[in-house]
Design a protein around this ligand. Structure first.
Ligand SMILES: Nc1ncnc2c1ncn2[C@@H]1O[C@H](COP(=O)(O)OP(=O)(O)OP(=O)(O)O)[C@@H](O)[C@H]1O
Length: 356
């Protein structure tokens, strides 16, 4: 199990990349660090790997601090975005390399025997004798994964391992990664800025912004139960619709529509609404329905995405989106009326904390 305690990183130029990060990765779990570029994902990973010193805080593996341990003594395997294979070595030589160097090195013959399991797992048997430059991106990444696993590490760290691959291959290899790490039971931390990737591969996701973890949860909860406005906006495609509203004691009022609190589900209130305060209403595109008598809007454009279409419109001066089945007849310029699925909306206070 990995335990990150009050981790803080201030770079030499004074930039505070991590504020005070606490995070636990249970044994055998696959945890994604997700967030926009620059939020501090790689900084955490590099500190866990021992490639970077923290300014403050501690990292424990199975209860033991590893802060003062050299990277090679931390029992980790690491995979980078750019594969970082040795170009002059064959695939097999790359995979066995970690076993044939350092104080615990073993004979090449023995290393080849051990490597076979990982070569089979990553399905690179056929290309064992090739040099990296003769391989596709997907093949190179499989080799990098086999090499990271060959020492049977306690922990596997992956830093955006799929970002150099095309879309289809990314989906294939991410499924393979999940299957391999689950088969081996290795505790895994996976860095990505791609929400779909994180949602599909992870047991848990730590969603970060500006050096702070915003929410750690199972993928489903991140989508269904965002704890603040950042999480609600980051997770979900198309992006959630948001509107500024003020509360008059009975209703949340925007320029174009209002919602009575009595129409919301009582059990979901997290705290009392304060009269005169400003709030943000957030409505997922799938929680708006075309229905007579609803809020009138004009269709600006329609985006076909397969089973669904995204209908773009303005509401309350905000660019907004509605998700409809693609067999619905609708055109640019149409005037439609929208109803809101009230129990499904979220409401955030002026500090972006979720209150409903
Ligand atoms: N050596 C450094 N000196 C100063 N600032 C740095 C250094 N390395 C990273 N940073 C800054 O720290 C912040 C976090 O960087 P980090 O690489 O951890 O982000 P990230 O979430 O992994 O982003 P990306 O997805 O773009 O790789 C960024 O604003 C980055 O510019």
């Amino acid at each position: 199990m990995i335990k990150i305690e009050k981790l803080n990183k201030v770079y030499e130029n004074g930039y505070e990349a991590l504020k005070s990060v606490d995070l636990e990765v249970p044994k055998g779990a696959l945890m994604s660090l997700l967030g926009p570029s620059g939020c501090g994902k790689s900084t955490i990973l590099n500190i866990v790997a021992g490639l970077l010193d923290p300014t403050k805080g501690d990292i424990k593996f199975d209860g033991e601090s590893v802060i003062n341990k050299h990277p090679k003594d931390r029992d980790i395997g690491m995979v980078f975005q750019n594969y970082a294979l040795y170009p002059h070595m064959s695939v097999l030589e790359n995979v066995i390399f970690p076993l044939t160097v350092g104080s615990n090195k073993i004979k090449k013959q023995e290393a080849v025997k051990i490597a076979q399991k990982y070569i089979d797992l990553t399905d690179i048997s056929d290309i064992k004798d090739k040099k990296p430059k003769a391989l596709s991106g997907g093949q190179q990444q499989r080799v990098a994964i086999a090499r990271a696993l060959v020492q049977n590490p306690k922990i596997l760290l992956l830093d955006e391992p799929l970002s150099n691959l095309d879309a289809r291959l990314r989906i294939k290899i991410r499924e393979e990664i999940r299957s391999i790490v689950k088969k081996l039971g290795v505790t895994t931390v996976f860095v990505t800025h791609d929400q779909e990737e994180a949602l599909s591969i992870s047991d848990y996701i730590a969603l970060m912004d500006k050096g702070i973890i915003q929410q750690v949860d199972i993928p489903q909860n991140l989508y269904l139960n965002p704890s603040n406005l950042f999480v609600a906006k980051f997770i979900g495609t198309p992006i959630i619709n948001t509107y500024k509203a003020s509360f008059d004691g009975n209703s949340l009022i925007t320029k174009d529509f209002s919602i009575k609190l009595s129409e919301l589900e009582n059990s979901r209130f997290r705290e009392e609404f304060k009269s005169g305060e400003d709030y943000t209403l957030a409505i997922r595109p799938e929680h708006l329905k075309i229905s007579e008598g609803g809020i009138p809007v004009e269709v600006i454009s329609i985006e076909m995405i397969g089973r669904y279409m995204i209908v773009h419109f303005d509401l309350d001066n905000e660019k907004s989106r509605l998700l409809v089945d693609s067999n619905i007849l609708i055109n640019e310029g149409d005037r439609i009326n929208l109803s809101i699925d009230y129990p499904s909306i979220y409401i955030f206070d002026k500090d972006d904390r979720r209150v409903y």
